[in-house]
Design a protein around this ligand. Structure first.
Ligand code: ZN
Length: 64
């Protein structure tokens, strides 16, 4: 599994369906084989990045 944003592999698991990219600091949530991407803002809130990516880019090729 690669980060759709930076294509990096430095992804850590933070929950049952949640992952975190240590390279670009975004949160990845896996549901139905697709990733939802959220950026953690300075105040701790999350903003969705899904609109920035095509559906193919958010599809997960490999299961954990
Ligand atoms: Zn990344």
């Amino acid at each position: 599994m690669r980060c759709p944003n930076c294509k990096g592999k430095d992804i850590g698991k933070i929950g049952s369906n949640q992952f975190y990219c240590w390279n670009c600091f975004i949160e990845l949530t896996l549901s139905n084989g697709r990733l939802s991407l959220h950026q953690v803002e300075a105040d701790g809130s999350l903003s969705s990045l899904d609109d920035l990516f095509a559906e193919e880019e958010r599809r997960v090729e490999t299961d954990f």
